[in-house]
Design a protein around this ligand. Sequence first.
Ligand SMILES: [Zn+2]
Length: 78
Amino acid sequence: MSDELSYIENEEGGFAIPCQIKIAEDCVQVGEFCESKEDACHWVEEECWISSGEGYFCLQCNEQIMRNIVKLETKKMN
Ligand SMILES: [Zn+2]
């Protein structure tokens, strides 16, 4: 488990992992606040967030990336 991940800490001392890219309109923005960084990490993994190596991004943003790729490929064909 990497310590280089960025966490958001709330007033109760909970930790959550923010979505790294936040490009989707319906982006989750931030994962659920948990008691520890490890729990915050487990939460995003259970939600199947995508690991980028440096952080995580949510499924909504992943779908947005896919749509962008499709758009780019469509442009290339024209
Ligand atoms: Zn997101």
